[in-house]
Structure formats: structure tokens, C-alpha cells
Design a protein around this ligand. Structure first.
Ligand code: 3HC
Ligand code: NAI
Length: 695
């Protein structure tokens, strides 16, 4: 028998323990071990019942994702599950931590399931571009009914033990995992069979109204747009309700294979591992001391400050929000209150949770009130002199060891840090708008930021339920820096003959949440305008420049907030309506610039925009502004609406073929010149070498 799974006797109960750190994934050794232990327990006359549990921090968290894409080594999981379910002796799954994916499928093939209160169960395969492929789509609906199964499998979100008891996935909560499960199993053995076999019970699925599936498909149209797996999950659950178990299993296998072979699976699994890689910083080892964060301050109660304060409160960290303007402070707090009220209304949060969070937000107009905070995030206007003044004052009041963070989106962190006597404690925490919603946090490392400061800021992101990515201190950091050539190409494309709506549609169909023009209108066109005007003197005049955006702003069209930008917006509506006036403005501008308009294909639009991101991304890597290509992917999928099923721009380019991407960029270079399309050296090197960013 392997060490990965062991069998021991506890009275009359055989305790089968899975030991495959860190998350007890179902590797070949675990599958083989389970098979061996279950058959040994079945053959042992002294054993009357079995308990399966996980050693360490969790029950089984699923199939071993690292084995995907390789030929499956025997025994297959289905064979193991059939054996468990077919056991004449009752088998009890004892759940702590997370029983996820294949882990929950193991538990569902057991006759009973018990869990400790903190346990969670779920089928998150859809998040990896897959569906539960070991009977999960057939067994779960037979336990919880089709509606709940649809919600759990299509969202991929786990549920807590108490809820699992309520819906029938878990039979009982136990105080002590092993002792409780053993006592439960012994009692079931004593009571005698037959023991429940989920696959044999159709009562919850029989006679399901087919309308349920049609309605569910409709309800996810928007959020599952472009994704492959969610739709296949629904097909499988529908099969569970219309076909006998064995045939439903066949259908599940078929559709699982389709998902496994889909490029989306590769992209989503890349995104999964990329999110785990971001925490690894070569010169800031895992054991770097992290400062405890028990209280926080936020300076500036505007758009960003309010959202940032909510993040702290949601994580249970008391936060004081400060603004120099009484009016701004009142406004900021009333927006926070409204946001919480909306969360309660939409069911995202209970009234008690909202009240608790609100109770953690204090207000102030005096810097001295931030003296006790462990971290202070500054979010005042984007002006260097103002930020330096604020940091100077903060330096005076903040306690030793406090982290002084700035939410600047464009300014030099080192210059801001120079206003303090402790630049080692200064760091950028670049939140994305709306800050209480968006998952991305760019942690911007200054030249003097200490390792403790970096480790603490990264850890803080985790506490705030963000995904933190460490980036370098350059203009636009990584995300916005890459966005620059992207939006620039969008502007050039319309001058060359595309319309804003064609560009937006092409990139939306590629899978982005929104096209560049709709995004500009949403963010406010005046923001970019002010930045461009401030930098006018520094602009390289030899470089092609599109005046279209400036002209639109000068017409008073600042985007959605003024009811018009690149598009028109009907009174109170956020739906962009193409505007012939703007299309004419673009045509006239092109004429004036001597640009001959032509038919631009959707394919060219996608290539020009996405490869512009990739080329700049390669430069960020080359300059060490991003640690890994996969970090850039995390930034783009979590902060910029890049379709996660394509893995991120850098992964996407690698899948297309870096040589092909380079060849296309060279074609653009031949037409548009070196200033906009010179390929990054790193792209050239990798395209001619391994074809991969990481080797
Ligand atoms: N296979 C292989 N490695 C896995 C894994 C898995 N299923 N789940 C996690 N890991 C690895 C992570 O990559 C990470 O490795 P690293 O330390 O080298 O970076 C390590 O385990 C710890 O993971 P986390 O950092 O994510 O630890 P957390 O404690 O934050 O979270 C978790 C634990 C909730 C289990 C989370 O890792 C998770 O959600 N894992 C994925 C679960 C999942 O998707 N299961 C379904 C798999 S598909 C399947 O089962 C198919 C079946 O239906 C046939
Ligand atoms: P905002 O204009 O909405 O809010 C700024 C707030 O700072 C105002 O309430 C103002 O009264 C307050 N303030 C000004 N001077 C102050 C002082 N000396 N002391 C205390 N409060 C003061 O600005 P917004 O959009 O929230 O931006 C804040 C920062 O976040 C900027 O650095 C911006 O670049 C950055 N950022 C903005 C994003 C956005 O989408 N709005 C996204 C990411 C970063």
C-alpha cells in the first residue's frame, strides 16, 4: 500500500486517511491508495464500517490539476468511486477544510457525509473550464434537486457545512472530525442496511420541468457569455433529470472530454496557477515578517477612498476615513451607506453584516487621528505636490512601523516617498475602480520599499480578498501602461476606417467585458484629456497622434456622465448608442490628416489591440516591471476584463504562437513605423527561441 492513503482500525471502524499535501488532491497514488484501502477494509472481518478523511488542512480538494492533459494513469477515479459506493459496509466521508470537485465526488459516492462546522463543499470545476467528471453532475442533483445543483455547479462556488446540511449534502455536523465520524459510522453499521446509495435514488430529479433549464440558461446568458463549460454543466444536469444514472454518466463523460479538450480549459487552468504564482516574490521570501494590520486609515473620501475604506471594513478591520473637505467627507460616507444598502437589497450581505461593516468606518478631518493606524492608504487628487504634502504630514503623525501607501495611478512612488523620512515604509497600492468590487490590486514597489513593507502590502491584499500583483514603479505601472498602446491603436483604427462601435463589438466578441470606446465613456474622457494636456510638452511629436479624443472632450462630451462621449446615451441610460455626429467627426479628422479610410476587418481590430498589449507587456517583463508573464495575465483578467478563458494576453499570445504574433507585429511595423510597432526585444528573443515566456 502507498503512503498516500492508509488504513487503520478504530474499534470496528476502518479509518482511511488521505495524505497528499498540500490539499490531498486525487493523484494516481491517492486513487490507487483509496482502492487498496477500501478493498482491504471490505475484506477485514473486524471492520464493520469505513470513514474516509483527509490529513492536514483539508479533505480532498479535487482531482490533481497538474495531471490534466496527460494520459490518465490507472485506476481511474470512476472505478474507485464505484467501489466505494458498492461497498456492503457503510462508508462515511468526514469533511474538514474543503471537499471540492473530485473530493466532493468521492464524498457523494460514500453512503454518508459528516463535516465539522468550518467545512465547505463545492464543485468548482467550471472555474477551470471543466465540469464535474466523476459523477458530480449526476449525483448532486439526486441529493439537492436540480435547482440547487444548477446553482452550485454552474457558479462553482462552495457552500458552508450548515448550508450543506440544510440542502442534504451533509448528514450531520460533528465537533471532532475523526471521533465524530467514527461514532457516526459505527452507529450506522449497528443499525444495519440498506445504506443510502445516491445513484440509485431518482426521487429528487424525476419529473423535473424542462422549463427550469431553459430559464436557467437564459439567466446566465450575460455572465457566462463566451464560456464553454457552464453550458455543458447545464446539459449534464438536464441529463441527470431525464436519463437513467448509467446513461447520464455516459453523457457526463462525453461532455467532460469536450471541456478537457477545449482551449478554454488550458486558459482557465493557466489563470488558476497564475493567481497562485503571484504571491511568490524571489527576493521577498515567504518567511519575511508581515506586520499585523489591526486598524487602517484612508485619506480622501472620493471615488476611490470610499471603496478602499469599504474593503477594510468588509475584512473586519476598523478604518478611519479622512477628507480635508467636510462636504466631500459627508458625500463619501453617504455613498458608502448607499452601497451597503444596495448590497443588502441585492442579497449580497445581511443587514447585520452591513451594520457591522458600517460600524467599523470612522470619520475624521484631522491627520492626528491616523496616528494609531497600522496602514494608511492615501487617495487624494492625482497631484504630486498635494501627495507630497499629505505624505509629509502623514510621516509626522503615523506610528513607527505603519505602512504608508498611495493609491496613485500615475505618479512616481519614489518622489512621493521622498516627502517622508521613512521611504522604506512607503509603497503603492493601486486599487481599481470600483475599489470595493474589483479584485485586482497592483502593489507598486518603490526603490526603497522594504521587504517587510512589500510582504505586508501583498498580505493585506489577501486579507482584503484581492489578488495582489507586485509591479515596478514606472509610468502607468503595468496595467495602465499596457492600456496606453491599446487605446492608441483603437483611436488609429477608427481614423483608418473602422467605427467606434465596430471596434468595441470586435473586442467584445473576442471576450473582453467592454470595448475601449465604451470603457472610455464609462471612465470619463476628461480624465485622459487632462493627463494628455499636462504632458503635451513631453510628447514625442514624431509619433502619430490622434486628436479625435481631444476634440470629443472639447465638444463637452465627457462620456456617460455628460450623456455623450464616443456614443450618445439616452436620458438615464448606460446603453451606448452609435452617433453619426462622431462618425462624421472621425471621417473629417482622417481627411484632414490625409488618412485614406478603408474597410478594416474585425480580425485586424483584435490583432492590433491585443498585440499592442502583448508587445508592451513584453517590455514590462524585459524591464522587470512585472515578475512573470503570468502576473500580467492576472492583472488583465482581474482588472481589465480580459476573458479569463483565454488565460490573459501573454498566455493567449503564447497559444497563438509567439513567432506568429511577432510576424504580425512586424507587418504592422512595416506599415505604421517603428515608433508605434517596434517589437519588444524580449518578444523577438522568445519568438525565435523557446516560444514560451518562461523559458
Ligand atoms: N491539484 C493540484 N494542485 C492543487 C490543487 C489541485 N486540485 N488545488 C490546489 N493545489 C495547489 C496550489 O497550486 C498550491 O500550490 P503551490 O503552493 O505550489 O502554489 C497549493 O495547492 C495550495 O493552494 P492554494 O494556495 O490555493 O491554497 P488555499 O488554502 O488558498 O486554497 C483550495 C485551497 C481552496 C483547495 C484551493 O487551492 C482551490 O480552490 N483548489 C482548486 C480546487 C478545485 O478546483 N478542485 C477541482 C479540481 S478538478 C476536478 O476535481 C475534476 C473532477 O471532477 C474529475
Ligand atoms: P476624487 O477626486 O474622487 O477624490 C479625491 C478626494 O481627496 C476628494 O474627496 C478630496 O476632497 C480629497 N482631498 C483632496 N486633498 C486632500 C487633503 N489634503 N487631505 C484629505 N483629503 C483630500 O479622486 P479619486 O478618483 O478617488 O482618485 C484618488 C486617487 O486614486 C488618485 O490618485 C487617482 O489617480 C487614484 N485612482 C483613481 C482611480 C479612478 O478610477 N478614479 C483608479 C485608480 C486610482
Amino acid at each position: 500500500m502507498s503512503d498516500a492513503v492508509t488504513l487503520e482500525r478504530d474499534g470496528t471502524v476502518g479509518v482511511i486517511t488521505v495524505r497528499n499535501p498540500p490539499v490531498n488532491a486525487l493523484s494516481q497514488a491517492v486513487r490507487q491508495g483509496l482502492k487498496d484501502c477500501v478493498s482491504a477494509a471490505a475484506a477485514d472481518d473486524a471492520i464493520e464500517a469505513m470513514v474516509i478523511l483527509g490529513d492536514g488542512r483539508t479533505f480532498i480538494a479535487g482531482a490533481d490539476i497538474r495531471e490534466f492533459g496527460k494520459p490518465m494513469a490507472e485506476p481511474g477515479l470512476l472505478e474507485v468511486l464505484d467501489m466505494i459506493e458498492g461497498s456492503a459496509k457503510p462508508v462515511v466521508a468526514a469533511i474538514h477544510g474543503t471537499a471540492l470537485g473530485g473530493g466532493l465526488e468521492v464524498a457523494l459516492s460514500c453512503h454518508y457525509r459528516v463535516a465539522v462546522d468550518s467545512g465547505q463543499v463545492g464543485l468548482p470545476e467550471v472555474k477551470l473550464g471543466l465540469l464535474p467528471g466523476a459523477g458530480g453532475t449526476q449525483r448532486l442533483p439526486r441529493v439537492v434537486g436540480p435547482q440547487m445543483a444548477l446553482e452550485m455547479i454552474v457558479s462553482g462556488n462552495p457552500i458552508r457545512a450548515r448550508k450543506a446540511v440544510e440542502v442534504g449534502v451533509v448528514d450531520a455536523i460533528v465537533d471532532e472530525l475523526q471521533a465524530g465520524a467514527v461514532a457516526f459510522a459505527a452507529a450506522k453499521a449497528k443499525a444495519g442496511g440498506p445504506h443510502p446509495v445516491i445513484s440509485a435514488d431518482d426521487s429528487k430529479v424525476k419529473g423535473t420541468d424542462p422549463k427550469l433549464f431553459a430559464e436557467f440558461r437564459k439567466s446566465i446568458e450575460k455572465r457566462a457569455r463566451g464560456f464553454f463549460a457552464p453550458w455543458r454543466c447545464i446539459d449534464c444536469i438536464e441529463a441527470a433529470c431525464t436519463l437513467p444514472f448509467a446513461e447520464g454518466m455516459k453523457r457526463e463523460r462525453e461532455l467532460f472530454e469536450q471541456c478537457m479538450n477545449s482551449p478554454q480549459r488550458k486558459g482557465q487552468i493557466h489563470a488558476f496557477f497564475a493567481e497562485r504564482e503571484v504571491a511568490k516574490i524571489p527576493d521577498v521570501p515567504k518567511d519575511t515578517p508581515v506586520q499585523p494590520i489591526a486598524s487602517a486609515g484612508v485619506i480622501g473620501a472620493g471615488t476611490m477612498g470610499g471603496g478602499i475604506a469599504m474593503n477594510f471594513a468588509n475584512a473586519g478591520i476598523p478604518v478611519t476615513i479622512l477628507d480635508s473637505s467636510q462636504e466631500a467627507l459627508e458625500r463619501g460616507l453617504s455613498i458608502i451607506e448607499k452601497n451597503y444598502a444596495n448590497s443588502v437589497k441585492r442579497g449580497g450581505m445581511s443587514q447585520a453584516q452591513a451594520d457591522k461593516a458600517l460600524g467599523l468606518i470612522g470619520r475624521s478631518q484631522s491627520m492626528d487621528d491616523l496616528g494609531k493606524a497600522d496602514v494608511v492608504v492615501e487617495a487624494v487628487f492625482e497631484e504630486m505636490e498635494l501627495k507630497k504634502k499629505v505624505f509629509g504630514e502623514l510621516d509626522r503623525v503615523a506610528k513607527p512601523g505603519a505602512i504608508l501607501a498611495t493609491n496613485t495611478s500615475t505618479l512616481d512612488i519614489d518622489e512621493i516617498a521622498s516627502a517622508t523620512k521613512r521611504p522604506e515604509a512607503v509603497i503603492g497600492t493601486h486599487f481599481f475602480s470600483p475599489a470595493n468590487v474589483m479584485r485586482l490590486l497592483e502593489v507598486v514597489r518603490g526603490a526603497k520599499s522594504s521587504k517587510e513593507t512589500i510582504a505586508t502590502a501583498m498580505d493585506l491584499g489577501k486579507k482584503l480578498r484581492k489578488v495582489s500583483v507586485l509591479v515596478g514603479n514606472c509610468d502607468g505601472f503595468v496595467g495602465n501602461r499596457m492600456l496606453n498602446p491599446y487605446t492608441r491603436e483603437a483611436a488609429f483604427l477608427v481614423e483608418e476606417g473602422a467605427t467606434p462601435s465596430q471596434v468595441d463589438k470586435a473586442i467584445y466578441e473576442f471576450g473582453f467585458a467592454m470595448g475601449p470606446f465604451a470603457m472610455g465613456d464609462l471612465a470619463g474622457l476628461d480624465v485622459g484629456y487632462r493627463v494628455r494636456k499636462a504632458r503635451e510638452g513631453k510628447r514625442d511629436k514624431a509619433m502619430r497622434y490622434s486628436p479625435v479624443a481631444d476634440r470629443i472632450v472639447e465638444m463637452g462630451r465627457h462620456g456617460q456622465k455628460t450623456g455623450a462621449g464616443y456614443y450618445r446615451y439616452e436620458e438615464g441610460s448606460r446603453t451606448p448608442v452609435p452617433d453619426p455626429e462622431i462618425e462624421k467627426l472621425i471621417r473629417d479628422t482622417a481627411k484632414e490628416l490625409g488618412i485614406e479610410q478603408r474597410q478594416v476587418s474585425d480580425e485586424e481590430i483584435v490583432e492590433r489591440l491585443v498585440y499592442a498589449l502583448v508587445n508592451e507587456g513584453a517590455r514590462c517583463l524585459e524591464e522587470g516591471m512585472a515578475l512573470r508573464a503570468s502576473d500580467i495575465d492576472v492583472i488583465y483578467c482581474n482588472g481589465y476584463g480580459f476573458p479569463v478563458y483565454r488565460g490573459g494576453p501573454m498566455f493567449y499570445a503564447q497559444e497563438v504562437g509567439l513567432d506568429k504574433v511577432l510576424a504580425r507585429i512586424q507587418e504592422f511595423q512595416a506599415v505604421h513605423g517603428d515608433l508605434t510597432w517596434k517589437p519588444a526585444d524580449l518578444l523577438v528573443e522568445k519568438a525565435k527561441g523557446s516560444g514560451r515566456w518562461d523559458s
